[in-house]
Design a protein. Structure first.
Length: 268
């Protein structure tokens, strides 16, 4: 957590949250973008970091990325490596091809990023990660204060999620893993809110599940075709309302914890 002062002299605590998954195609990048926009709508200064080699965030938002952008430069304190005000209060840090050299530790750069004293500090850094695979994914996991895990309401979630949670517990036992803040459920086409698969997963994983779930809706795809988060383009839609409620839920939990003296690992 970064305790840089803002222009009013108040401390700004930067919380780094990873949006992860144990498999692809579950709506992780869409969730990252819309959560970032939802928090910016709530007055937070948010940085979305794209650590996916295919630059999913930049592609989804139709961003032109200059050659000088990239995680390594931003981690070293170069603010021009970040795309500013993609939406009001929402910045994006795309990775450059050189950020994915086989010998680099992207997780270390994420940690450095959270410690930078930017002129306009961030309340929240959301990290869009590639699906969990091997040592580089574990390194990335260890760089975040918290993890929001995105899963799709489908049979494969039952089979793959327990092993992922087991790996997360092993990291936690070594005091390396992020706090699992919760599991965000996305629904496939035709699956209603409160349907069979959602109820089954909630029964299986209990309090780990966030109360909100994001249904399939063509409005999300239409928004991305315009390069916009759905919470910006169609804030009254059901998916947008779920993302907005999720941001409010997370903020309330963080506020309650801070009031009780509970701080993220990086601030301890």
């Amino acid at each position: 957590m970064n305790n840089s002062p803002d222009i009013a002299g108040r401390p700004v605590n930067t919380r780094t949250v990873m949006i992860g998954s144990q498999k692809g195609g579950v709506g992780k990048t869409t969730t990252t973008i819309n959560l970032g926009a939802a928090f910016s709508e709530r007055g937070k200064h948010v940085l979305v970091v794209d650590t996916d080699p295919v630059s999913s965030v930049a592609a989804s938002l139709h961003l032109e990325v200059p050659d000088f952008c990239g995680l390594e430069r931003a981690a070293a304190g170069n603010a021009d490596a970040i795309l500013r005000d993609v939406e009001p209060g929402l910045d994006v840090l795309p990775c450059s091809p050189t950020d994915f050299r086989s010998d680099v530790r992207i997780g270390g750069w994420i940690q450095q990023l959270g410690e930078q004293e930017f002129e306009d500090p961030y309340d929240l850094i959301l990290v869009d990660s590639s699906p969990y695979t091997g040592p580089r994914s574990r390194d990335l996991l260890c760089s975040a204060d918290e993890l929001l895990l995105v899963i799709r309401a489908e049979p494969l979630s039952y089979r793959t999620l327990p092993s992922f949670l087991h790996d997360l517990r092993r990291l936690d036992n070594l005091d390396l893993g992020p706090n699992l803040r919760g599991i965000i459920l996305t629904l496939p086409q035709g699956e209603p809110l409160g349907g069979r698969w959602e109820n089954g997963l909630r029964n299986r994983f209990g309090s780990r599940m966030m109360p909100q779930a994001v249904p399939y809706d063509s409005v999300v795809g239409y928004s991305l075709a315009q390069g916009l988060p759905v919470v910006i383009s169609d804030p009254e839609s059901v998916p947008a309302q779920q993302y907005l409620e999720l941001a409010a839920e997370l903020e309330q939990r963080w506020d309650e914890e801070e009031a009780n003296g509970v701080v993220p690992r990086s601030a301890a």
